[in-house]
Design a binder for this molecule. Sequence first.
Ligand SMILES: [Zn+2]
Ligand SMILES: [Zn+2]
Length: 599
Amino acid sequence: MKTSYPQRAPAGRRPARSAKFKNAGRPAPMRRNFDTQVTPIANPGKILRFIPFGGCGEVGRSMYVYEYDDDIVIIDMGLQFPEEDMPGIDYLIPNVDYLKPRKKNIRGIIITHGHYDHIGAIPHLLDSLGNPPIYATALTRGMILKRQDDFKQSPKPNIEVITSESRVKMGSFDIEFFHVNHNIPDCVGVVLKSPGGTAVHTGDFKFDHTPVNEKPADIARLTDLGRQGVTLLVSESTDAEIPGHQISEMEVQKSLEEIFKVAKGRIIAATFASLLTRVQQLVWLSEKYGRKIIIEGYSMKQNVLVARELGYLQIKKGTIIESKEIDNFKDAEITIVCTGAQGEDRAVLMRIANNEHKSISLKPEDSVVFSSSVIPGNEGTVQRLKDVLYKKAGKIYHYSSMDIHAGGHAKREELKLMMDLTKPKYFIPIHGNYFMLKLHADLAETSGIPKENIVIAEDGEVVDILPNEIKKLKERIPMDHVMVDGLGVGDVKEVVLRDRQHLAEDGIFVIITIVDSNTGRVRTSPDIISRGFIYLKESQELLKEVRSRTRKIVEEMTVSGERPINWIYVKDALREKIGQYLFTKTQRRPMVLPVVIEV
Ligand SMILES: [Zn+2]
Ligand SMILES: [Zn+2]
């Protein structure tokens, strides 16, 4: 007798489980049929049009479209992490229904930099847009391709490598780029010259006059553009609320060095997984002060790998060691660079703090460095984490008391500088929640751009730039949420977490079926075990129906089907069809675990 236990279906083949919404009015789920809607909005004709597909109303799922006549240029294609009321949803991506019937007009996709809120939706959307060419700098290309590894089934992107000096013709658009600073290297802003005017699209940026490991933002280019005449400035708004300038990475480096000078034990530095500039600073300082580096956290490891391969990180041979080698070195010879500065439960720092890490636990001599800001909404978890850390570690350094972090986004003075340099006729703020867009628009007005020349466009609104006027159309493009679930899982821990949330929400439903492997017939009535889903005694009708469906689903595949019987297919079919049936009957999605026993 052989028992075939439930297995996880491979990523991408999991049943089309989509989120159950607490909020029943919410639009339904992922894998929408993009072909069902045709929008009535006419092409712009001989004028420049701008449409935010995402990123205007939230920081996340950045995607912006420029149109002139029959030519479409897309800038960025990002994802957004979900709200708290979307259990099991991995992330949201932009809705591209408007572009579907206009695929043939898409001349290219420009990606400004490698953050997930700018590249994350690429594997999901490329195919539906006809796989147009992508233009990106070398590091950004590396990040896109690395992510693509998790999506074997989506088409291979065609990526042209550009630099800030490149020029590309895309239909009516002459595209140029300019270098900007941010908190990941190799970022560009975009200049779109068309017969309808010149648009300058900043991408995420800040001005750093003394950056680390790269050039300062290209102020001379921006000044030139301003002299030649800029019709429209489209500028990011993340820090539009914050006065002053971002501190320079050089200052950050100096402050971090003060910590290295006095630390007696290990240094544990937590930051964002993609903050490669910070990783570089920690590497240099560790090399200078005779420390080895342990990089912990799946996504951070991946990013370091890509950046190092492409030459964006300078790390001496032997500087990086594995965590299992930690005992070969004195504490004063170790720097641990990890994720988890937001207090995330499953990230490395929290596991270290809670003694749940396999080889690292806190010691009284440790110095813990929070080298990242706290993302709004995470204040509570960060405080909890600090409580644990203050109990166990020696020294805690936080960016609020020391200049050990610089954000990646222009603050108010820098936003103003961008306007002063480019001297645009029209202005549209992007990349922010509504209040950030509004504050940025107000700032533009105080900088001398007339009120009637400033437009706040939210996701899906269509802005036409006429010769003497900028205006929003009355119509919007389709914008209902597109959610992604269960695809492209790169980190097993995330899968486990989602399963747990899933179990907590909707419970578990186990179906045990005994099948005669000769005849393919189901032997006795299938057994059902359920926890946290429904009270079995009161659901006899439902169970009866599940048993009879189970028998039917199994026998359809096993009685006359191919030999040897592919039990994985049988179980996948059971999981999918019974899951679907339970959902239609109960509006809940328990985790369905089929167990098939062959006799
Ligand atoms: Zn960014
Ligand atoms: Zn961004």
